[in-house]
Ligand binder design. Structure first.
Ligand SMILES: *[C@@H]1O[C@H](CO)[C@@H](O)[C@H](O)[C@H]1NC(C)=O
Ligand SMILES: *[C@@H]1O[C@H](CO)[C@@H](O)[C@H](O)[C@H]1NC(C)=O
Length: 298
């Protein structure tokens, strides 16, 4: 899958009765976002415990005004299969809870990046429709669809930024699996659930690079907005141009503004403090690492 995953999810770590959110709630200016840890990679010499979160995801959200709670995996995994890993099981729990919450009028956004994108497609289709593409380290311009204009995600982006996204090679792709436009189009569940906001092409297959759900505040990007400002490995596909950094910020700012519509909170400030990522320290993994810093969890 992606060596760089993470689904980002708003925290739901509170008792249901504390979570009841009415309409016309004021925005929650103290949003807390849960980020799902993943099984450690077997070749990670810096790893301890059994799961990790790349610090870039944390900085990305913090930079847009959110605090992060790591959602740690409960069992040692060592398996990164998209249908059987602890990561995928945890993602399914959040996905199901978020569907239920939103159906009950409780705004519960989910964001999936890279493996998070792939995971969302598997959860919605209830099967793995991914296909191999030649996209392991390449920066691409997005081919924006007409749906972009009316999308929640891109609607608020400045015109010149959308133009940069469409014309410059500023979205970082580090994946070998993709959801092709063909498989998406042939799957009724996916088509009903998501609208395609952008596609890309590896020369052979057209794949979906950005999508959002029609009826749920669920968003998925196959590219890596969190890498451009926060990862520094010198590799094809890594880009740090001002437009790339701005695009990154607009995605995180958008998602944090979605999280602000959610009123979930911990049952006490003590519980909140115990759960926040500040209780952990990231490990510096060297300038040539795909993740410059990781958080590790036992
Ligand atoms: C469609 O999905 C199947 C798995 O169900 C996969 O084997 C195949 O490569 C995919 N085809 C394309 C064009 O994405
Ligand atoms: C920019 O993206 C296009 C695909 O739209 C690709 O053909 C081209 O090789 C890329 N250029 C660089 C420098 O990566």
């Amino acid at each position: 899958m992606c060596r760089s995953a993470a689904a980002v999810l708003t925290a739901l770590l509170c008792a249901a009765r504390l979570c009841a959110a009415g309409r016309n709630q004021p925005l929650n200016y103290r949003p807390i976002i849960g980020v799902l840890a993943q099984e450690n990679l077997p070749d990670d010499q810096y790893a301890h415990g059994f799961s990790y979160i790349a610090a870039s995801y944390v900085k990305y959200l913090e930079g847009a005004g959110a605090r992060v709670v790591p959602v740690r995996l409960l069992l040692p995994g060592g398996d990164v299969d998209i249908q059987t890993s602890q990561y995928s099981r945890a993602a399914k729990i959040f996905y199901d809870l978020a569907l239920k919450a939103n159906d009950a009028g409780d705004y519960f956004p989910i964001w999936g990046t890279c493996q998070g994108f792939q995971q969302l497609s598997v959860l919605t289709a209830n099967k793995n429709l991914l296909t191999l593409t030649n996209t392991k380290a390449v920066a691409l311009p997005l081919t924006l669809t007409p749906a972009t204009q009316s999308s929640r995600l891109f609607r608020s982006f400045p015109k010149d930024l959308l133009q940069s996204l469409a014309e410059e090679n500023i979205t970082a792709n580090f994946h070998k699996w993709s959801l092709s436009l063909q498989n998406y189009s042939r799957n009724a569940k996916l088509k009903r659930f998501y609208k395609v906001l952008s596609t890309n092409n590896d020369g052979k297959k057209e794949f979906i690079s950005t999508m959002e759900a029609h009826r749920y505040p669920f968003y998925a990007v196959q590219w890596h907005p969190e890498k451009t400002p926060f990862e520094w490995v010198d590799k094809p596909g890594m880009t740090h141009s001002p437009a790339a950094i701005r695009a990154s910020f607009y995605t995180s700012s958008f998602f944090v503004s979605e999280a602000m519509k959610n009123q979930h909170h911990f049952s006490s400030l003590v519980e909140e403090e115990r759960a926040l990522i500040y209780n952990f320290s990231p490990v510096f993994r060297g300038m040539n690492s795909i993740f410059i810093q990781n958080y590790y969890f036992d």
